[in-house]
Design a protein around this ligand. Structure first.
Ligand SMILES: CCCCCCCC/C=C\CCCCCCCCCCCC(=O)SCCNC(=O)CCNC(=O)[C@H](O)C(C)(C)COP(=O)(O)OP(=O)(O)OC[C@H]1O[C@@H](n2cnc3c(N)ncnc32)[C@H](O)[C@@H]1OP(=O)(O)O
Ligand SMILES: Cc1cc2nc3c(=O)[nH]c(=O)nc-3n(C[C@H](O)[C@H](O)[C@H](O)COP(=O)(O)OP(=O)(O)OC[C@H]3O[C@@H](n4cnc5c(N)ncnc54)[C@H](O)[C@@H]3O)c2cc1C
Length: 664
């Protein structure tokens, strides 16, 4: 039973928690990765919760843009000091769920810790690392990852910033030749960081060698003023993440020493000799790493959204289910269960997928450090696909949760608006989703063709070697995975056939690719969905623990499978891997699973173990005292400071005094 069991809450939530038939703490431990990790997270959380510095002076919604930024910078700097005192690695804290809720709308140093530092450690040679990491550790250097430009974010070969080697002075000259060459978006670039890892086109002896990364000082280490030759600023208010300090940067023939090119993989020697890397895409390594991290991060955002929606749905009563009877909890409506429970199953699917891609990342990068690049294309496809799938599933999931809370879900005090803007931007950053899907498709089509030519395929695409033949009527988990394989195989073989047909009509390959890109997107998503389903099934099979927790996991896994078969039923029917009757049976099973899981829903989300400060939502609070919180929060509006606002005297009263002349 949950350790929170005894805390007071409204009768509806009490009733829900009493229905719990599994050990909530055990599920919490599983999600944290073990008892010790739960204990560590809670210890970190208790350090954070006791810090008065994290209390916002007024709700940030009511602050100016400048004050919001300053308030978050204050908190992020306080965290650095605090962690230093406690001897805790700040990166560990930031990636821990314990830190959620401290920064409300973006962290101006987030890119420093999670994109800039990995770029330095992953792209510079040992001598460079020694110098720069020392300065990073002692807080002399704060940096960002400056790649995207006004004109290009996706197409990196189209970047316009140049880094031209001057052999005489042994320097690179950085230049932004056009307005579209302006670096645009990097987090913290506006007014926070003093350095940047800058992606620029390398020119040596008049020849362009493509995008390479350079360590560039932008601001004076003492005065923080931008250096001559560098123009910096903030890009203005955004849909969300308004305190990330996203900035712009222009160079005017700005010189940096030769050794400021990050030289782990490629080098320019003093005499201008270019030494190429062992794989042409190694300079894109930071992006692969962050894409992997995004899977985990979006999963945690979805956990927050489903916690809020589930608790609220247990507290909210509306309409009549049976005429004349009391209004039921809205969670009793099947349609409400269908909004929320598949999102809970998605949390677990993303959780297992994130763990598996993080493991893959570490094992492939270890091999790459030994010089073996053979698994990089598979890792690139896997991380791209999972980044795209997790970002789009989570942001759709957050929006469904918001809608499931009716009008109150639209209030800032529900915290859905922030959660949504935080999740949806993951569709865009670190590789726009459509573009990443097309990268996955490229890998799949290439693999499929390679198999047609008799070659062996890498593990994640091995099922594309030959037409899978699922056993008709086998609707077990393994049977459904086989059906998935057959459905994806059919999508891939049809799409590949269509590309060939378009080419045969005289179209060149690239145009044919574009004409088939809608199907290619489908192939990529279906392949990645299959991967997620397979991981879910295997991880649940392997899960240790008590029978009741395993039962919850099995039911959630089954809900995930049946839901995604139902949503994509056309693909299964077309491939002949499932019949219409199979689909009908599975859809019925999905509805029964909603009923089975409904009584456990509140306890499952309790297991995500967020406290009220973290959820920051009137609707999702532990005790369910929703209405009082909504009312109290409304009273904080500055407009409620006076009964009659100044705007009345300025605008409304004069209008009312004039009166209407015509009788409209
Ligand atoms: C390990 C886990 C640790 C945990 C880490 C913690 C991280 C936590 C994460 C998230 C928390 C979120 C918190 C929110 C705070 C906000 C922060 C925002 C941060 C955002 C930062 C950014 O957005 S940085 C900018 C990102 N930009 C992009 O991603 C650009 C996208 N474009 C590209 O990647 C490429 O240009 C392209 C892939 C689209 C195409 O490249 P290119 O034109 O050069 O190649 P080709 O199409 O010609 O292909 C050639 C060939 O190369 C293959 N390839 C391409 N990319 C790669 C790669 N990265 N690796 C390997 N191979 C690659 C391509 O597939 C082709 O292969 P073929 O064999 O020829 O087919
Ligand atoms: C919150 C946030 C934080 C960011 N932080 C950073 C940062 O720290 N550092 C940094 O360098 N950048 C950062 N970025 C920039 C981000 O990485 C880019 O915005 C992203 O890579 C998308 O590129 P783009 O904006 O050029 O979009 P575009 O590529 O212009 O996309 C516009 C449309 O064109 C389509 N499109 C483009 N190419 C193709 C294609 N080949 N095939 C089919 N369709 C295509 C896309 O699918 C999309 O629909 C950030 C962005 C955001 C929103």
């Amino acid at each position: 039973m949950s350790s929170h069991e005894t805390r007071p809450c409204v009768p509806d939530l009490k009733k829900e928690r009493l229905k719990c038939d599994f050990n909530v703490e055990e599920l919490t431990n599983l999600i944290d990765g073990g008892k010790e990790k739960t204990a560590l997270r809670r210890k970190l959380r208790s350090v954070i919760s006791s810090e008065s510095a994290y209390i916002d002076p007024i709700p940030p919604e009511y602050m100016s843009h400048e004050d919001q930024f300053s308030n978050e910078l204050r908190k992020t700097c306080h965290t650095a000091m605090l962690m230093n005192k406690q001897n805790i690695d700040i990166k560990t804290l930031q990636l821990s769920k314990a830190y959620i809720g401290v920064l409300k709308d973006g962290d101006p140093l987030w890119v420093h810790y999670h994109v800039f530092i990995p770029s330095i450690t992953g792209q510079s040679d040992p001598e460079q690392q020694k110098i720069w990491m020392e300065k990073i550790r002692t807080w002399k250097i704060f940096g960002t990852y400056a790649q995207t430009e006004l004109g290009h974010g996706t197409f990196l070969r189209g970047l316009e910033t140049t880094a031209t080697y001057d052999r005489e002075t042994r320097e690179f000259i950085l230049n932004s030749p056009t307005i579209t060459a302006t670096k645009w978006w990097p987090g913290g670039l506006g007014h926070t960081v003093n350095f940047a890892a800058v992606m620029a086109q390398l020119y040596v002896g008049g020849k362009c060698y493509g995008p390479h990364m350079f360590m560039v000082q932008l601001r004076d280490e003492n005065t923080h003023e931008s250096l001559p030759g560098v123009t910096l600023g903030e890009i203005g208010p955004r849909f969300g993440l308004n305190t990330n300090g996203n900035g712009f940067l222009r160079f005017d023939h700005y010189r940096i020493p030769r050794r400021n090119m990050l030289m782990k993989h490629a080098q320019v020697l003093e005499d201008g000799t270019y030494v190429k890397p062992s794989h042409s895409k190694l300079s894109y390594g930071t992006m692969v790493r962050v894409r992997v991290g995004i899977v985990r991060d979006t999963c945690i955002q979805l956990q927050q959204a489903v916690t809020i929606a589930t608790r609220y749905s247990a507290v909210r009563h509306q309409s009549e289910l049976i005429p004349g009877e009391p209004e039921p909890q809205i969670l009793d409506y099947q349609t409400q269960q269908f909004k929320i429970l598949p999102q809970i199953s998605s949390v677990f699917a993303l959780f297992f997928a994130a763990n598996s891609v993080i493991d893959a990342y570490y094992s492939v990068t270890a091999q790459m450090d030994l010089g073996d690049m053979s698994l990089l294309p598979e890792l690139h496809a896997l991380s791209s696909g999972l980044k795209a799938l997790s970002a789009s599933d989570a942001s759709r999931g957050v929006e469904i949760c918001r809608l499931s809370c009716g009008g109150h879900g639209y209030l800032a005090s529900s915290n859905f608006p922030r959660l949504y803007t935080q999740t949806t931007c993951a569709i865009t950053y670190e590789g726009e989703n459509t573009v990443l899907w097309l990268q996955v498709a490229r890998y799949i089509i290439k693999s499929y063709r390679s198999a047609q030519n008799g070659n062996n395929l890498k593990h994640s695409v091995s099922y594309l070697s030959k037409q899978p033949r699922p056993v008709r009527g086998d609707l077990s988990n393994n049977g459904l995975l086989e059906a998935f394989k057959a459905a994806v195989f059919k999508l891939v073989s049809d799409t590949e056939g269509r590309i060939q047909r378009v080419c045969a009509k005289g179209q060149n390959y690239h145009m044919a690719w574009n004409q088939c890109s809608l199907q290619l997107l489908k192939c990529a998503e279906a392949h990645t969905r299959f991967y997620v389903c397979e991981q879910f099934v295997r991880k649940v099979e392997m899960a240790k623990g008590t029978e009741n927790v395993k039962k919850i996991l099995k039911n959630l896994c089954r809900l995930y499978l049946t839901h995604h078969v139902s949503v994509n039923s056309g693909d299964f029917l077309k491939s002949g891997s499932l019949s219409q009757n199979d689909i009908a049976v599975l859809e019925e099973e999905m509805c029964s699973l909603l009923e089975v899981l409904r009584p456990q829903a509140v306890s499952i989300v309790d297991a995500f173990d967020f406290d009220d400060g973290q959820l920051n939502s009137c609707l999702g609070c532990w005790d369910g005292d929703v209405y009082q919180r909504l009312y109290d929060e409304a009273l904080k509006s500055p407009l409620n400071k006076t009964d009659v606002p100044e705007a009345y005297y300025k605008y409304l009263r004069p209008l009312m005094q004039v009166g209407l002349k015509s009788s409209l």
